[in-house]
Design a protein around this ligand. Structure first.
Ligand SMILES: C[S@@+](CC[C@H](N)C(=O)[O-])C[C@H]1O[C@@H](n2cnc3c(N)ncnc32)[C@H](O)[C@@H]1O
Length: 379
C-alpha cells in the first residue's frame, strides 16, 4: 500500500494541477450530473465532482488505489453516490450512461499516458449523446533543446557509469521517451504547436504531425522538448510549458536526437512525429540543417524483445512458467463458492514447490485474487 500512497501523494502534491481541475469541474458539472472518472486513483477528481453537485460518480481504477477511494467515500458519507469499480476502464461496464467523463492521463507530452485511447473508448461506451469529456483537447507543443542533462540521460547506457557489457543498450536509450523538466534557457528554437488532439471526436489509429522549428540561437541540438497545453473546460487551460508563467509542476518529454548537431540562429529544423493512438509507440524524425542525413528514431527501437514477445508472434510454441501454471490453477478455483482460505489451502497442496515459502504462495493468491476476482456483496 505504501507504493500506492507514494504515487498518489505525488499527484496530489503536484502544484497547480488540483486547482485547475477544481476550476474546470466547477464550470462543467451541473447539478444532478452522472460522472465517470477513468483511472480515478484515490478518487480526488470524483470527490470534486460530487462537491460541485454531481449526483453520482463511477470511479474506475485497476490499482489498489481504488480501495483508498472506497474507504474515503465511506468515511465521508458519500458511499451511496460514489461507486468504486476495480478493473481496467477498457473492460469495465457502467450501469448507466454518464454526462461527463473525466480523466487525468495527460502524461508529459499530453498523449503519452494513453489518454487518447482511453477517452475514445470511454466516449463510445459510457457517454450520453451530447455529454462532455474533460480534458476536451490537447495541443502538442515542441521546441529544440540544448541540455547537457538530457544528453547524459539519452546516452546513459554508453556512459562510463555503466559496465561496457551494457553499452549495446545505447541505441535503446536514445530511442526512449525521457522525462525532463526543461527551463526556457534550455530551448534553442521557437516553440511550435505541432497539432491538436480533440478528445470529443474520433481520432485515427496513427496520428501524424510535422513542424519546422526556427533556431533562435547557436547551440548543440540535443533533441526535442515536448509539452502540452490542455483544455480542461472552456477557458480553463492546464500546461506544463517551460515558457508559461503559471505551469503545473510536471516534467516535459524529451525525444533525443540520434546524434547531437550544431545549429545557428536562422536555421530551420524539420521534424515529424508519429504516434500510435494508444501511445504505445512514438516515432520521430529530425532533419538537421544542410546535407546531413535525416535522423529516424522510435520508441519501438527502445524495446528489448524476449522469448515472450516471440511467443506472441504465434510462430513459436510457448509453455507456462511455474507461476503461470499456478495462476491457471488459481483462476479455475475462483468459482463463487470457495473462500480465499480454501483456495490458499488447495494451492498449498498442489503448488507448494513452485514458491520459496508458504507465505509467498499465500501472497501470490491474495495479489491475483485482488487483481482478477471480486466479492459480490448483496445490494
Ligand atoms: C495519473 S493517476 C491519476 C489518479 C487520479 N485521477 C488523480 O487525478 O489524482 C492515474 C491512475 O489511473 C490508473 N489507470 C491507468 N490506466 C488504467 C486503466 N486502463 N484502467 C483503470 N485504471 C487505470 C492508475 O492505476 C492510476 O491510479
Amino acid at each position: 500500500m505504501n507504493a500506492i500512497l507514494d504515487e498518489h501523494q505525488e499527484y496530489l502534491a503536484l502544484s497547480g494541477r488540483f486547482e485547475k481541475y477544481a476550476s474546470a469541474i466547477a464550470r462543467t458539472v451541473k447539478p444532478g450530473d452522472v460522472v465517470a472518472d477513468l483511472g480515478c486513483g484515490v478518487g480526488v477528481l470524483g470527490l470534486q465532482c460530487l462537491q460541485a453537485g454531481a449526483s453520482h460518480v463511477y470511479g474506475i481504477d485497476h490499482s489498489g488505489a481504488i480501495e483508498i477511494a472506497r474507504e474515503t467515500m465511506r468515511r465521508a458519507g458519500l458511499a451511496d453516490r460514489y461507486s468504486c469499480l476495480a478493473g481496467s476502464t477498457f473492460t469495465t461496464q457502467l450501469p448507466q450512461p454518464v454526462d461527463l467523463i473525466i480523466c487525468d492521463h495527460v502524461g508529459f507530452f499530453g498523449f503519452d499516458y494513453g489518454i487518447t485511447e482511453m477517452l475514445a473508448d470511454g466516449r463510445k461506451r459510457f457517454l450520453k449523446p451530447g455529454g462532455e469529456v474533460m480534458p476536451r483537447r490537447i495541443r502538442l507543443m515542441l521546441a529544440g533543446a540544448e541540455a547537457m542533462a538530457c544528453r547524459t540521460r539519452a546516452d546513459f547506457w554508453e556512459s562510463a557509469a555503466v559496465p561496457p557489457e551494457y553499452h549495446w543498450l545505447g541505441e535503446h536509450g536514445r530511442n526512449s521517451r525521457h522525462r525532463f523538466g526543461f527551463s526556457a534557457a534550455d530551448l534553442c528554437t521557437a516553440s511550435e504547436c505541432i497539432g491538436e488532439i480533440d478528445f470529443r471526436s474520433d481520432q485515427p489509429d496513427l496520428l501524424s504531425f510535422s513542424a519546422r522549428l526556427d533556431v533562435t540561437r547557436a547551440a548543440r541540438f540535443d533533441g526535442l522538448a515536448g509539452w502540452f497545453e490542455c483544455e480542461l473546460a472552456p477557458d480553463v487551460w492546464m500546461t506544463n510549458s517551460p515558457l508559461d508563467p503559471d505551469p503545473i509542476e510536471r516534467p516535459n518529454a524529451f525525444l533525443s536526437a540520434a546524434e547531437p548537431f550544431d545549429v545557428t540562429s536562422g536555421d530551420v529544423i524539420e521534424v515529424t512525429i508519429r504516434i500510435r493512438r494508444d501511445a504505445d509507440t512514438i516515432a520521430w524524425t529530425i532533419q538537421p540543417p544542410g546535407a546531413a542525413p535525416r535522423q529516424k528514431l522510435s520508441t519501438w527501437k527502445s524495446r528489448v524483445f524476449g522469448s515472450l514477445d516471440l511467443a506472441a508472434t504465434g510462430d513459436v510454441a510457448a509453455s507456462l512458467t511455474p507461476s503461470g501454471r499456478a495462476l491457471g490453477t488459481l483462476l479455475q478455483m475462483v468459482d463463487g463458492q470457495r473462500s480465499r482460505t480454501q483456495i490458499e489451502e488447495a494451492m498449498l497442496a498442489s503448488h507448494a514447490t513452485d514458491f520459496a515459502s508458504a507465505e509467498q504462495l499465500r501472497e501470490f493468491v491474495r495479489r491475483e485474487l485482488a487483481r482478477n476476482a471480486r466479492v459480490d456483496t448483496p445490494g
